[in-house]
Ligand binder design. Structure first.
Ligand code: C2E
Ligand code: CA
Ligand code: CA
Length: 628
């Protein structure tokens, strides 16, 4: 009984516990106790059966024993009578004294002589005379000593049996409850194993299982969508907020997803900053709109301790259009996600074969770039920068060129990010700086602008590299302009201010490249000791297209100048743009209108020509023919 009780208690404790390791240990204990209770039930039932059987057997045995007693009494009586007859003659004539004597010697009770006794009640032994006639009967009391003893024990046996029956019944009930509790706890544990602890959403393993099920159950006209959502900023927020607050942030993301997604969409958290969706719906269902709703929900500000913002990207793959197996579908969703991340914040990319080709290109570049670098396949072209007034060349921007022997021209925007990923940017950056300075030696009247990748700027060694390259080339530091981008400044302002100051100390100037394409916070930029603002070509492209284009670029130029910066506008392609920008007050311009990036010898020739805008445009045509 105690065993069953403690089994039950263990199971009740288990019910109150949270799933986890402790629960796992309790479950094992409950399972052991459950087996113990099972044994108790079996033993109780067995004991009850044994008791009842013993009682039945005991009763039968007792009756036989009583009957044997009667036989013994009868034979003892017969012997006594035979002996008595010898002494006293016929027993019928025995006086009461002799009768008591016979009674005692035969071990009987209430021995009487009856001429005609009533049958059944008493035991009897006929008395015959010398002629063999029955003269009467000696009768004595029928006793049941063994049966009486067993009968007296019966209530006790019945009591034991009843207790055992009750105990077996109770044990059976407890056993059933224990079994139910264990099943429930195992189900809970199973579910806990399927759920992400923080958000309660399905975890990675469960999502794969659900995807398998969705793929198996998909009808002919149905599509199964697998979408991956990656969130940027969760790690930053986690670093800034305390741990519970960052957990809250993740949980809020999950809540928002559940709130905006339809109930049929299965949503899971498959990584610290990665969520997944499975949706089986009619093939013409607008999956992109649904994922867009999810990304918009994630992008709304969060109020946890302070205001936090997150950016999300999504990659989508669908069965049967993109793949039919789980492995292929998830792989393609992953490829689409990588493409979305490249495309920028908030992007959603649905898988297409062309994206796969891009990743194949990436692999090709990864293989070929180190070899190309060693084999000297990389080169620099220079794009002239002209003064807004008079179109005189004041500088050149060094731009990397890679002409692959088989693949042809590979754009820097394609291979530079891969070089960064591969850790080749140091070598590549050093090559550009040294090559640009060594070629710039002969253009003594102009400056050379060299692009620095964010990775290079983050490394304090860049200051040493710049100093050494300047020393080795002999080019005065004032003729070197380094172009950096906003992103790297915003990431780590304090360190970047120091870095810029260190570079300034060498005598070089710093330009902020692609201004307007990123964060574009002029007030913020005031903090950095910059020399030049390069306004992104997208503003110039907007000049003619939108009515406000002109106003915006005028305002930016004015603000840049108000901050004491020299303003350069990139991507100038038409005469109209040039005129408008000059009127807006920009200092320098760069673009195909003046010249395309071209090899150093073309710059030699351009510099030798009279510095006229017209001359520059002719130069551009020639240079364009060479680079294209
Ligand atoms: P960027 O620094 O903004 O370079 C200007 C890009 O605009 C160049 O593209 C140039 O060819 C192009 N461009 C120049 N004038 C015009 C125009 O009138 N219209 C249009 N539509 N485009 C024009 P490119 O050479 O393909 O370089 C792309 C980017 O690759 C560069 O953008 C720069 O971020 C990066 N890059 C190039 N060379 C280097 C390098 O040596 N180091 C680093 N870190 N990045 C480099
Ligand atoms: Ca640049
Ligand atoms: Ca630029």
């Amino acid at each position: 009984m105690e065993g069953t009780q403690s089994a039950l208690q263990a199971l009740l404790r288990l019910r109150a516990q949270q799933p986890g390791d402790a629960a796992g240990a309790s479950r094992a204990r409950a399972r052991r106790l459950l087996s113990a209770s099972r044994l108790i039930v079996v033993l109780a039932v067995f004991a009850m059966g044994a008791t009842l059987l013993c009682a039945a057997i005991g009763y039968g045995v007792a009756r036989q024993s009583d009957e044997r007693l009667w036989l013994a009494q009868r034979s003892a009586l017969r012997n006594v009578i035979a002996e008595a007859r010898l002494v006293f003659g016929q027993p019928g004539a025995l006086d009461p004294h002799v009768m008591r004597l016979v009674e005692q010697s035969a071990g009987l009770k209430g021995l009487e002589f009856e001429a005609d006794p009533a049958p059944g009640a008493r035991l009897m032994q006929p008395v015959v005379d010398a002629d063999g006639r029955i003269t009467g009967f000696l009768t004595w009391q029928r006793t049941h000593p063994t049966t009486d003893m067993v009968t007296r024990l019966m209530p006790l046996i019945a009591g034991i049996a009843i207790v055992l029956v009750g105990f077996a019944g109770f044990s059976l009930r407890q056993l059933r409850r224990a079994r139910e509790d264990l099943a429930a706890s195992e189900e809970r544990a199973r579910r806990a194993g399927d759920a992400d602890k923080l958000t309660g959403l399905a975890n990675h393993g469960k999502m794969l299982e659900l995807l398998d099920q969705a793929l198996a159950a998909r009808g002919a006209s149905m599509a199964t969508t697998f979408a991956l959502i990656e969130i940027d900023g969760l790690a930053d927020a986690s670093a800034e907020l305390n741990a519970p607050a960052s957990d809250d942030l993740t949980a809020t993301v999950a809540q928002r997803l559940q709130y905006v997604l339809p109930v049929e969409a299965q949503c899971g958290r498959i990584g610290s900053n990665e969520f997944a969706l499975i949706l089986t719906a009619a093939a013409d269902f607008d999956v992109e709109a649904l994922v867009r709703t999810a990304l918009d929900a994630i992008a709304r500000p969060y109020w946890i301790d302070s205001v936090a913002r997150l950016i999300a990207y999504a990659g989508i793959a669908q069965a049967p259009f993109h793949a039919n197996t789980r492995a292929e579908l998830t792989r393609r969703a992953e490829i689409a996600l990588r493409a979305a991340i490249k495309r920028g914040p908030g992007s959603i990319v649905i898988y297409e074969a062309a994206i796969d080709a891009i990743s194949a290109d990436e692999k090709f570049i990864q293989l070929e770039l180190p070899r190309a670098l060693a084999a000297g396949e990389l080169d620099l072209h220079y794009q002239p920068i002209v003064a807004a007034q008079g179109a005189r060349i004041v500088g050149v921007e060094a731009l990397l060129r890679w002409k692959h022997s088989v693949r042809g021209y590979i754009p820097p925007a394609t291979f530079i990010p891969i070089a960064e990923q591969m850790g080749l940017m140091d070598t590549l950056g050093a090559f550009v700086l040294r090559r640009a300075l060594s070629e710039a030696k002969r253009w003594s009247s102009i400056y050379v602008a060299v692009n620095l990748s964010p990775l290079q700027m983050r490394d304090a060694e860049i200051v040493v590299l710049v100093r050494k390259s300047l020393e080795d080339s002999g080019v005065p530091a004032a003729r070197l302009m380094l172009e950096i981008t906003e992103g790297v400044l915003i990431e780590n302002p304090e360190e970047m201010i120091k870095r810029i100051k260190d570079l300034h100390a060498l005598g070089v100037r710093i330009a902020l490249d692609d201004f307007g394409s990123g964060y574009s916070n002029l007030g913020y930029l005031q903090r950095f000791p910059l020399d030049k603002l390069k306004i992104d070509k997208s503003f110039v492209a907007a000049l003619g297209r939108s009515p406000n284009g002109g106003v915006i670029i005028q305002a930016i130029v004015a603000l840049g100048r108000a901050l004491g910066l020299s303003v350069l506008v990139e991507g100038v392609e038409t005469e109209e743009q040039r005129v408008l920008l000059r009127l807006a007050g920009c200092d320098e311009m760069q673009g195909y209108l003046f010249a395309k990036p071209a090899p150093a010898r073309t710059i030699d020739r351009l510099l030798a020509e009279p510095a006229r805008a017209g001359g520059m445009r002719r130069g551009a045509e020639q240079a364009g023919r060479q680079t294209a």
